[in-house]
Design a protein around this ligand. Structure first.
Ligand code: SF4
Length: 352
């Protein structure tokens, strides 16, 4: 047996095979082990994943603003929640600020895809500033919805995450006290003690990037407690959030481990990770980029699922796969639950 392996080894060397070998004693026989042989790994890519139409439009708005007005163009808040995108736009001349008072009167300012309270464009108008609103049209739809309910005398219940810019923007469409935020079932229970809603007709709106399942539980609880509550004509959770969550559910059933590519402050990316865990893949991790991945995590993994939040560019996935290929023999499979062909128009101010 040993002689056979030795001959095989000599054969490989004679044929310029560049592997590194080791003879390993295993169960009374010698095995010729190729040290350079890579383990096989199947990568299951969720589709749709990554950029949505609202994010593409917001990035294009900053780029077109830079073309039209020259650098610097100021952007109030992160245009979308992704570090790679922010750094790329900074390199092109965008300056990101927390508030409008950091922007000089004579430079244009872009408002982020998450939307802004009404007070922000009002301040820009009062200062005669040029501003470009990159609020996603699907977030604007929720703003108009909240306003319409308010005009009809209803108090608004907003389902969302406290402190998220989209929630601040939507609540900021109406006077203080006209919108009540609920984050979970416990908050719905507390509504009975809330003097703001006593005796009022109610309606609800939601943040666009919530977990479909979690928000459904909250909505059901709201309807059970307030059977006359008015609901949105069309679901507020957007198509991109819905599709990415449905796709991650499918890969979660098949994957040993999942990477959700996205930044830690990205709401929809965090929801994707939670959904993956809930639907069967306990080892699901939110990763910002390839530098955050330890390849040793993948030892013993046969199927790795990958998806990305709506603000994460495809290049981050490409870089992660390239890194994985340094250690594994990779086969890529795509799990597609449907194609997206949504496209939003640019604001008129950039069309001239
Ligand atoms: S995730 Fe949805 S609401 Fe948010 S920017 Fe994308 S399409 Fe618009």
């Amino acid at each position: 047996m040993f002689k056979d392996y030795l001959l095989y080894f000599v054969f490989l060397l004679n044929n310029n095979y560049e592997g590194e070998f080791q003879l390993v004693l295993f169960k009374n026989s010698y095995i010729l082990y190729d040290m350079n042989r890579k383990n096989e790994l199947t990568i299951l890519l969720a589709n749709p994943r990554g950029f949505c139409a609202g994010v593409e439009r917001a990035i294009e708005i900053v780029e077109k603003s830079l073309e039209k007005y020259g650098a610097p163009v100021y952007v109030r808040h992160e245009i979308v929640h992704n570090k790679y995108v922010i750094e790329s736009l900074k390199a092109k001349g965008a300056i990101f600020v927390d508030e409008l008072d950091k922007v000089p009167d004579d430079r244009p300012v872009v408002f982020s895809a998450h939307g802004v309270p009404k007070s922000v464009p009002l301040e820009a108008q009062n200062r005669n500033m040029v501003y470009v609103d990159a609020t996603c049209p699907l977030v604007s739809k929720v703003h108009r919805e909240a306003e319409n309910h308010h005009k009809k005398g209803r108090h608004i219940i907003m389902i969302g995450h406290k402190g998220h810019p989209e929630v601040i923007g939507t609540m900021g469409q109406l006077p203080v006290g006209e919108v009540t935020l609920v984050e979970d079932i416990g908050d719905v229970e507390d509504l009975k003690n809330n003097p703001d809603i006593a005796g009022k007709e109610l309606s609800y709106v939601t943040q666009t990037t919530l977990s479909i399942d979690d928000s459904l539980e909250i909505i059901n609880e709201l309807k059970a407690r307030f059977p006359n509550i008015c609901e949105p004509k069309k679901e507020d959770i957007c198509y991109a959030t819905t599709n990415r969550q449905e796709a991650v559910k499918k890969i979660a059933e098949k994957s040993d481990l999942i990477f959700v590519v996205g930044s830690p402050n990205s709401s929809n990316s965090n929801r994707l990770k939670e959904t993956a865990v809930k639907y069967g893949c306990a080892k699901s991790y939110l990763v910002e980029n390839d530098s955050k991945i330890d390849l040793n995590q993948l030892d013993g993994v046969q199927i790795l699922g990958i998806t990305a939040g709506a603000s994460a560019p495809e290049i981050l996935i490409d870089n992660i796969i390239a890194k994985i290929k340094t250690k594994f023999e990779v086969t890529i499979e795509i799990l597609n639950i449907g194609d997206e062909n949504v496209k939003f128009k640019l604001p008129n101010i950039l069309k001239a």
